[in-house]
Ligand binder design. Structure first.
Ligand code: BTN
Length: 224
């Protein structure tokens, strides 16, 4: 997999919107966004200095693991970070990066939008990486090309083998909200489709999408 068509814009509403009309394997980066979008209808504050970009890929054979592939790529480029299920990147207990995957209703293409706080933490409870956004961009694109190739080639075990050690949502009490319902229990890791396993009342539930609240802070991967 190669992102050969890269566009860099000074400012745009949302790179996830802008890329919609572009072909697969495009990459759009913006130096700032005026209407950055987050998961669950939230906004993503995107001041200058951060790293905001989207890529578009054709339907891969491991479609359910694309968001995990993106999370692995980013976390592997931010030393000391880990993944809060399904795909928030956490550094020192705070969110440093958000990932928003969207699919097109007309075809099965997937848009992956990645926003990383680099020079500042724009909201309370967020963190920033420091360093250069340009350097980080190059490293994340390279890592993304690798992990998305695994989804294209059906290399499930290899991808999960990268994801699971980075997952912070494991062995701890969690509350997961999905489709308006909440379940509280102990996170046990993820199944082979990336669904979170939650042990509750002696039963293991497989939660394929939603928002996890940790009962103790996910404080990164100290000592890695
Ligand atoms: C989240 O944490 O809720 C997901 C945030 C995703 C933000 C990125 S920034 C680049 C791309 N363009 C957007 O409008 N959103 C994503």
């Amino acid at each position: 997999m190669k992102f050969c068509n890269t566009v860099t814009l000074e400012c745009v509403d949302s790179t996830n919107e802008y890329i919609k009309s572009l072909p697969v394997y495009s990459c759009v980066r913006a130096l700032a966004q005026t209407a950055g979008r987050g998961r669950l209808g939230r906004s993503f504050i995107s001041p200058a200095g951060g790293l905001y970009f989207s890529v578009k890929i054709p339907n891969p054979c491991l479609r359910s693991l694309v968001t995990e592939a993106a999370a692995v790529a980013v976390a592997s480029c931010i030393p000391g970070s880990g993944i809060k299920w399904p795909n928030d990147i956490i550094l020192n207990g705070k969110k440093v990066c958000g990932i928003l995957c969207a699919s097109n209703s007309e075809n099965m293409d997937i848009i992956i939008g990645i926003g990383i706080n680099v020079v500042c933490a724009p909201i309370e409870g967020s963190a920033c990486t420091g360093g250069s956004a340009d350097g980080l961009f190059k490293r994340v694109i390279c890592a993304l090309e690798h992990t998305l190739t695994l989804t294209e080639e059906g290399k499930r075990e290899e991808l999960l083998g990268l994801y699971r050690p980075l997952l912070l949502t494991v062995g701890i009490p969690v509350t997961v909200t999905s489709c308006g319902k909440s379940i509280s229990g102990t996170a046990k890791g993820v199944d082979d489709d990336g669904a979170l396993l939650v042990l509750c009342g002696g039963r293991v539930y497989h939660i394929s999408s939603g928002e996890a609240t940790l009962s103790k802070p996910a404080d990164g991967m100290h000592g890695r």
